[in-house]
Design a protein around this ligand. Structure first.
Ligand code: B12
Ligand code: SF4
Ligand code: SF4
Length: 234
């Protein structure tokens, strides 16, 4: 049996703020074609990790700082994924990296619907990193939704982490649904076509800007259980 704790220590030492393991049996509900074994048939465990996003750019009047930070953190997670893949392969373990964002193949143009090879928020839930809110984002007790997720698929059994037993999304809260400028949220999923008009806005020059992040920013659990942070940064 591989020492799960020593692998977790490496992942945290390499720069992850959160890390958890999900045994493959937990992915029974994954849609056909989007199961970890559809990517790597020898997969026995999914390692999910996260890097905390800096938060103050959410309060900038321009969308450029947030767009820039988001792009940098995606690269940071992808670099961490690469470093971990190298390190874990050196231990003789099969290890397949998952992109933190692009690219993905599944695309339905008529409704601008894309689906990644593995949904990282579902994987993060199954690895104990948090629960899903009505904004469809993963909410972690320490860092709220301000985390960028990454994952690797390995061909060894690791001790699964318990799934989170907290619910940071209040049953009576509707803030994200009511404040989405495109009314793209229904509490279960997001209408990608509507959201993309703002969240992946293309300028005339060809830049992709994140012009909206309100479902993230306005959530009372945006920064985890320490809600005072919101007031200090805004
Ligand atoms: C495509 C994509 C988008 C699309 C769709 C978002 C979405 N909610 O799915 C758009 C462009 C709209 C988008 C916007 C944003 N995104 Co985005 N996006 C992705 C990406 C690349 C793929 C997500 C995907 O495949 N969605 C399609 C599927 C999963 O959604 P669905 O149709 O509702 O799925 C249903 C079923 O298919 C089933 N299902 C699907 N897969 C699985 C798997 C299992 C195991 C199970 C049980 C079920 C299941 O469950 C759903 C309910 O029926 C992920 C990275 C990744 N690899 O996961 C980031 C990701 C979801 N995005 C992220 C972020 C931060 C954002 C934005 C905040 C960016 C911004 N504007 O600031 C917004 C938030 C909008 C919102 N409220 O969702 C983060 C979320 C982090 C977090 N804390 O949860 C992710 C995880 C990137 C990352 N690596 O951290 N995004
Ligand atoms: S990012 Fe903006 S447009 Fe997209 S779902 Fe969230 S609030 Fe709505
Ligand atoms: S804004 Fe409210 S309803 Fe939306 S995810 Fe946060 S707590 Fe849940």
């Amino acid at each position: 049996m591989i020492d799960s704790n020593s692998i977790k220590k490496i992942i945290l030492k390499f720069g992850a703020d959160l890390c958890g393991f999900a045994p493959i049996e937990r992915f029974k509900e994954a849609p056909q074609g989007f199961h970890p074994c559809d990517i790597y048939r020898s997969c026995k465990s999914v390692i999910v990790f996260a890097i905390k996003m800096p938060t103050t750019s959410l309060f900038a009047s321009s969308c450029i700082p947030y767009t820039h930070i988001q792009n940098l953190v995606i690269q940071e997670v992808d670099q961490l994924t690469l470093k971990l893949t190298r390190r874990i392969e050196k231990m003789g373990i099969g290890c397949v990296p998952i992109p933190s964002d692009d690219p993905y193949e599944h695309w339905e143009p008529e409704r601008s619907y894309g689906r990644a090879i593995l949904s990282l928020k579902h994987a993060a839930y199954l690895a104990g990193l948090g629960t899903l809110g009505k904004n469809t984002l993963l909410l972690n007790d320490q860092y709220g939704n301000m985390v960028q997720l990454g994952a690797i698929l390995v061909n060894v059994n690791l001790n699964g982490d318990p799934t989170a037993n907290y619910n940071l999304c209040d049953d009576n809260c509707q803030i994200c649904l009511e404040n989405c400028p495109k009314k793209a949220l229904n509490g279960i999923t997001v209408d990608q076509k509507l959201c993309r008009e703002l969240s992946t806005f293309k300028t005339e020059k060809g830049y992709i800007l994140r012009k909206c992040n309100l479902c993230r920013k306005l959530c009372p659990s945006a920064f985890g259980i320490n809600k005072n942070k919101l007031e200090r940064l805004s």
